[in-house]
Design a protein around this ligand. Structure first.
Ligand code: ATP
Length: 261
């Protein structure tokens, strides 16, 4: 991301204008364990929002609740102002929600291209029946820098690039919000740099991105807002600069030596 950015187009101004996703008072329990405790947070169009916290803080549980894989004990999820708490993951996907998984969920014996192409079915079932899937797949492969390995089996490529394949597959559904669960894990430094540039570009085009990531320098560089979970509770929300200074956040990360970087 460059320091001096070009003037915003009218489109990007309106796209960046507001809250797209909101959670209100989300609580999730597993038996007697409260994994997420009364968490309210927002994610904006055209912005990258970070969701961080030590291991077991509740980040993936929040993702699973937002995407509909888990039902909260209490609380609501809103997309574009609509209460979607009762909707299935498939219906949320049709409304523009896409995600990647911490443990890769790719078809290992299929090529990169076919892994991306399969997601086009969601688009087709979403009223875009005449979409040319081959053309759209090629466009997404190009956009995500995967064209050079498009014909290789996923089992045959490095994990860092397989993570990008997951993002490409999510983009194939033409999402409005993209939730990424530790997408940089396993990437080389060079891969993470290219990845960061791609995410910044996607946000500039209007996409809302939520980033769960243990690579804190990456989070601090990309995100306009960062939410911090600790033992299931939201302990801080703010700009990266505010988060780095927060005594609660520093205390939560003591021993990990990560947050000050
Ligand atoms: N399916 C489950 N059944 C029981 N407990 C669970 C389940 N999933 C998560 N938990 C517990 O909920 C808490 C939050 O876990 P979660 O995976 O959401 O944390 P996280 O912040 O994503 O952690 P990490 O950074 O290690 O991925 C933990 O105490 C975890 O053990």
């Amino acid at each position: 991301m460059s320091e001096t950015s070009a003037p915003e187009s009218p489109e990007s101004r309106t796209q960046a204008a507001g809250t797209l996703l909101e959670t209100r008072g989300i609580t999730v329990r597993f038996g007697g364990n409260t994994a997420v405790d009364d968490v309210s947070l927002t994610m904006d169009e055209g912005r990258i929002t970070g969701l961080i916290g030590p291991n077991g803080a509740g980040k993936t549980t929040m993702f699973n609740t937002i995407t509909g894989l888990l039902k909260p004990a209490s609380g609501r999820v809103f997309l574009d102002g609509d209460d979607i708490t009762g909707l299935s993951p498939a219906k949320r996907a049709r409304r523009g929600m896409a995600r990647t998984f911490q443990r890769l969920e790719l078809f290992l014996s299929l090529t990169v291209r076919d892994n991306v192409r399969v997601a086009g079915d969601i688009l087709r079932s979403n009223g875009r029946r005449r979409l040319d899937l081959d053309e759209e797949t090629d466009r997404i492969l190009e956009r995500t820098g995967l064209t050079d390995i498009a014909d290789r089996d996923v089992s045959d490529i490095p994990i860092g690039r397989a993570r990008v394949v997951e993002v490409a597959r999510a983009l194939m559904t033409s999402p409005r919000i993209l939730l990424l669960d530790e997408p940089a894990s396993g990437q080389t430094e060079g891969e993470t740099e290219a990845f960061a540039e791609m995410l910044a570009g996607l946000a500039e085009e209007g996409l809302a991105i939520c980033l769960v990531e243990h690579d804190l320098p990456l989070v601090m560089k990309l995100c306009s807002t960062v939410h911090v979970l600790d033992y299931g509770s939201l302990i801080a929300s703010g700009t990266p600069a505010q988060i780095k200074e927060s005594p609660e956040v520093i205390a939560a990360y003591i021993g990990t030596e990560e947050v000050g970087q």
